[in-house]
Ligand binder design. Structure first.
Ligand SMILES: Nc1ncnc2c1ncn2[C@@H]1O[C@H](COP(=O)(O)OP(=O)(O)OP(=O)(O)O)[C@@H](O)[C@H]1O
Ligand SMILES: [Mg+2]
Length: 367
């Protein structure tokens, strides 16, 4: 899939940014280039530093080290209102006693734009968000989804070069979130500015992103096109954090040309070779459940790694079925099969198999 990044121009450049609270390092030497027009999602567990990083970009927090450039200009020490950046906060931070119109107009009034210009831009933005009909209501008289739209409109009306969104859908229920995903994708295409969207929901990240950056313990662990991050995680942490995966702990036995032989629970697997891996090393084969196939007959060992196993659980997920298969060593392997091919039952004896070289070989994460 081709990401709809508008250009490869770097709009925002973060260089070696560190932020400490007392002796706790919340952001640890993060460097990051953000491209003009992209929708970058920052994903990470609670406390990983996502909000802190956004607040630094917005100017609400000062970094202890490092620099930030917006469109080539060093903005490291500029106050928030002098940066061409807007933020949508998790709690929305709307003014409850103002009307929708006044909430959206607020930032433009602060910037002392002419009244007619303010009116024109507010109406245009409310129309884009399809909430023009609510403009005279107080925000206390709106539904959660409508308030969400007002918060977005209030930031978009400023036409910032970069829009920061900190878990903006956190308070919405699943159905509304999914509607907003479609809406946000449409809006982003329409306004074509740069968005940095923070979430800890990996499904949301995969739905919305052009690129995904993964944070953990204040560090940027991996950043790339979303499918690269999904298919080629660079660490056990990323593999485990994004999507569903089997992690097979193996010991390297030897190698031949492009192949590596590794023992997993008494069986030799054939894996693609990786630099810096030697005989006796402990390695991890990360295998997405959709890479594994299922059959009643014995697979061809010249092409596939395989195990015999017993179906111990099945979960119907609409277009696919998740099987949990117990192999002789007692491990459970998760396998996804398209529903049309899923004619197995619990207690069936089956083979699970995957192509030699499939999956990603990872070394243990250093802590
Ligand atoms: N003002 C502060 N003073 C002290 N510690 C702080 C402050 N702000 C954040 N922290 C700490 O920095 C770490 C990162 O916080 P941050 O809010 O950036 O996490 P997050 O990734 O946004 O988490 P969540 O998903 O829960 O919103 C946390 O351990 C938090 O307790
Ligand atoms: Mg946060």
């Amino acid at each position: 899939m081709v990401p709809h990044i508008m250009s490869q121009n770097i709009i925002l450049r973060i260089i070696d940014v560190t932020k400490r609270f007392g002796d706790f390092t919340a952001i640890d030497k993060i460097s990051l280039d953000v491209y003009d027009g992209e929708l970058l999602v920052l994903l990470g567990p609670s406390g990983s530093g996502k909000s802190t990083l956004l607040r630094i970009i917005d100017g609400l927090e000062k970094p202890d080290e490092g620099r930030i450039y917006l469109d080539g200009e060093d903005i490291t020490h500029l106050p928030p209102y002098k940066r061409d950046i807007a933020m949508v906060f998790q709690d929305l931070a709307l003014f409850p006693h103002m009307t929708v119109f006044d909430n959206v107009a607020y930032g433009l009034k602060i910037r002392r734009l002419p009244k007619r210009e303010i009116e024109r831009r507010v109406i245009e933005t409310l129309e884009m968000m399809q909430i023009e009909w609510l403009s005279k209501r107080k925000v206390t008289q709106l539904s959660g989804g409508q308030r969400q739209r007002v918060a977005l409109a209030r930031s978009l009306v400023l036409r910032p070069k970069v829009l920061l969104l900190d878990e903006p859908l956190g308070a919405l229920d699943l159905k509304l979130r999914k509607e907003m995903h479609i809406e946000l994708t449409r809006l982003h295409r329409e306004v074509r500015n740069t968005w940095i969207f923070v979430t800890h929901d990996q499904e949301e990240a995969l739905t919305l992103a052009d690129r995904i950056g993964i944070l953990n313990n204040g560090r940027l662990i991996q950043i790339g096109d979303k499918w690269d991050v999904y298919e080629k995680p660079n660490s056990l942490f990323v593999a485990d954090f994004i999507g569903d995966i089997n992690i097979l702990e193996c010991i390297v036995k030897g190698e031949c040309r492009e192949k590596l032989f590794a023992d997993y629970r008494g069986k030799t697997l054939i894996i693609s070779k990786k630099k810096g891996v030697y005989r006796g090393d402990k390695v991890y084969l990360a295998l997405r459940p959709e890479l594994i196939k299922v059959s009643k007959s014995r697979p061809d060992s010249d092409k596939y790694n395989f195990f015999e196993g017993v179906v111990v659980d099945e979960i119907y997920k609409g277009n696919m079925v998740r099987y949990e298969v117990k192999i002789p060593s007692g491990e459970i392997i998760k396998v996804n099969v398209l529903s049309v091919d899923a004619d197995y039952d619990i207690n069936d004896r089956i083979y699970i198999f995957w192509k030699h070289g499939a999956g990603v070989l990872l070394l243990g994460d250093e802590e």
